[in-house]
Design a protein. Structure first.
Length: 316
């Protein structure tokens, strides 16, 4: 048994080290290519021209980068999804619906309420928090610099932001499911057992502050990140959470099965990445379902609901 354990550890160490070396080599190669050959000079030149155009005004730069660009990313992406949600067309998109028969088409009165709440959260909660964030970022020397960070450093920051968001979101989200808090705060978000993209920020104001906004803002504030990194991260976070809630498992996009299952069952899959759910055992039910088998990037055109269908219900 000791020899078997030793062999297993040796193999694991070999696989891990080989994978780490390959990943590092890939990241370094892509970073060098992005920074020096293809896009590095283009983005630096474009940023310098924009910086000069606004005369380096920090508030204007922050407003556009941290508020306007992410909002356009969010509503641009969700605008496309809303067409399918409301009209049921194009039909090729609706074939990829996760919870078949739900929101087909979406209840317009319920949708209007979700949109108004989402806009209210953005204007009356997120924006004032961004104003406070602006003064925090002014303490750092790099945030509004005319020199962009390297692409490699942006990847490092992105990794740190993701870890911080996972930790803060998992625990605040799980806390929101405590019976005392759930009925007063988090229940609003769970009015949608079959969510759509815009529902990602359909939440009680307290939840929008604690679970939606702070986990995303904290990383850049700790790191003193450049405004371009902040803008990219906020946009990625908003589009990613929209994908998680969109209700469609579309080709080449990250799988939304994990969070869709949370809306369906309530007490599973609290996190973003699923790491803390695995450690705490809050994904055990999910791992025993067909949804878990479908929880992967779809590389073909056949909907996973067709290639990995739910088992037929047993007759009573």
């Amino acid at each position: 048994q000791g020899k078997k354990l030793s062999d297993a550890l040796r193999i694991s160490a070999y696989v891990f080290s080989t994978g780490l070396l390959m990943f590092t080599a890939l990241v370094n190669s892509v970073s060098w290519l992005m920074q020096n050959v293809t896009l590095g000079n283009f983005w630096q030149t474009a940023w310098s021209e924009f910086h000069d155009h606004v005369e380096g005004d920090e508030w204007t730069i922050f407003l556009i980068g941290a508020a306007l660009v992410p909002a356009l990313a969010f509503w641009g992406f969700n605008g496309i999804l809303l067409v399918a949600d409301i009209t049921g067309k194009p039909t090729f998109i609706t074939r990829y619906r996760i919870q078949l028969g739900k929101n087909d088409p979406v209840d317009k009165k319920k949708l209007s309420k979700a949109i108004y709440t989402a806009l209210g959260n953005q204007f009356f909660i997120s924006f004032p928090m961004l104003v406070a964030m602006f003064y925090v970022m002014k303490w750092w020397d790099n945030t509004f610099s005319k020199d962009l960070p390297s692409f490699q450093w942006f990847l490092v920051e992105l990794s740190i932001f993701t870890v911080i968001e996972e930790i803060l979101f998992y625990y605040t989200h799980r806390l929101g499911h405590h019976p005392v808090l759930y009925k007063h705060i988090h229940k609003k978000h769970h009015e949608w057992t079959a969510p759509i993209g815009v529902v990602s920020i359909y939440a009680h104001p307290i939840e929008h502050i604690v679970s939606n906004t702070l986990p995303v803002m904290t990383g850049p504030m700790i790191m003193g990140s450049h405004i371009v990194s902040i803008s990219a991260w906020f946009s990625i976070a908003l589009v990613t959470t929209s994908i998680s809630h969109c209700g469609y498992h579309l080709p080449l996009l990250p799988s939304p099965e994990f969070h869709d299952f949370h809306h369906l069952k309530f007490n599973q899959c609290y996190g973003v990445l699923g790491v803390l759910d695995f450690l705490h055992g809050t994904d055990k039910m999910f791992r025993q379902t067909k949804a878990f088998e479908r929880h992967k990037v779809l590389l073909g055109l056949t909907p996973l609901s067709e290639s990995i269908p739910e088992p037929p219900k047993k007759e009573e």
